[in-house]
Design a protein around this ligand. Sequence first.
Ligand SMILES: [Zn+2]
Length: 467
Amino acid sequence: MAAAAAEAPEQMSKRKLGGEGEEAPVDPLATKRAASGSDVPVPMQVDYGQVMRNEDFSPELLRIYYDRLFPFQLMVRWLSYRNNPKSDSKLVEKDFFFRREWTFVLQGDIFCRYQCFKDADEFRQKVMAQQPIRMEIGAVNTHPPKNHHTVMKDAYKPLERELVFDIDMDDYDSVRTCCKGSKLCTKCWTFMKAAIKVLRRTLTEDFGFHHMMFVYSGRRGVHCWVCDKAARQLSNDRRTAVAEYLTLVAGGQGRCRADIKMNGCEQLHPSIEESHRICLEYFKEGENSILQGQDILRKGPHLSNILDGMPKVESDVISDFVNKNPEATSLAIWAELEKLKAQRVQDAKSFKQKQDAKVMLTDIVIQYTYPRLDINVSKQMNHLLKSPFVVHPKTGRVCVPIMPEQIDSFDPAKVPTIGALVEELNRTNDPRQTSMKDYTHWFEHSFLKPHEQEIGKDLQLQPDFDF
Ligand SMILES: [Zn+2]
């Protein structure tokens, strides 16, 4: 912790509430607390409605995690994109990784921005010295971030950065009926599954990106990192355009239909059609679906909001059905709505009637299931985002990648805590035998390697890796 106190004052700041990446004056007390390392966290009430066990997170566990389990080498490999400083190739940018900004968040919410490292050894040394509670990743800049004050103000700027997305469960609070705030259960995790599947399809098929990784944020959300070169080089304007293309739903109480525009076409936009197909499964199918798990047509204002937007003759049909069948499930009420839609499609004569019939339930499915992105995270190249494989201090859980083949079976409650990992380590004394290996193995072999092979061809590099 002594190294933290030695940092130049302008590189430390206490984050303003909600101001991602913004700086505020240093709080001398907080700096002192973090530097002395005496502010030991106590057990606290966290998600899942459970009390976090004392042994899930502590500074000592974090120290062991960084010392023996955090994948420094793989992280440097990832963020170098084969720009190895030791390479002979003229196409390689040798200081590429060194120009990447990292931010360390020390205990007491103290932000140390403009960190950068030459290689995995230096990265490891700095982490071990400062013991950050969290690390955030910024952009690759024109100059190494630690030298940012040695060049003219406008000369230092971000050049590239992964396209990132942030989905937080908070944005579903007007929809979910099972939990609120920081709580999370398998029922509301369904929203995240649908969001990942929709984002994945759209980014792959509509934008042609292939090298993306979804990461559990350690508590109640998911981050997406799109790493294709074309994505990394997008300007802020284009990032904004992509994020807006992926924004179909406005949140807020009382909304029950997405505003789907047909723009004079007979068919829905193919991207919306495909997203709807994915959303419908998570909306309807299975005990944790939005209809069955959240029971939205029997709880809260949702059914009356939906009926308010329908012609009286139709809403009366549903109201009658609900009155005559007080035990009817949300799924049974939905089946009645589907019958109404089928009737409307059959009766539609004018172009407008046909269009209205087509989206009659689609806009509801989209509103309740489509991903709700915090698009401010995606718009700016230099926005900081929490690094994969760091630990969430309030749960002790590692921010692990969510493997594509496990999206449907992924259970955040089963993600290892550093307490559990250190216990495994104590049993075997072999870091390769802990539960981390599943995630780091996927990260290396299924995420990094295929991308590195592709980059290797572009940079005319030898097929073997020298990292
Ligand atoms: Zn829940």
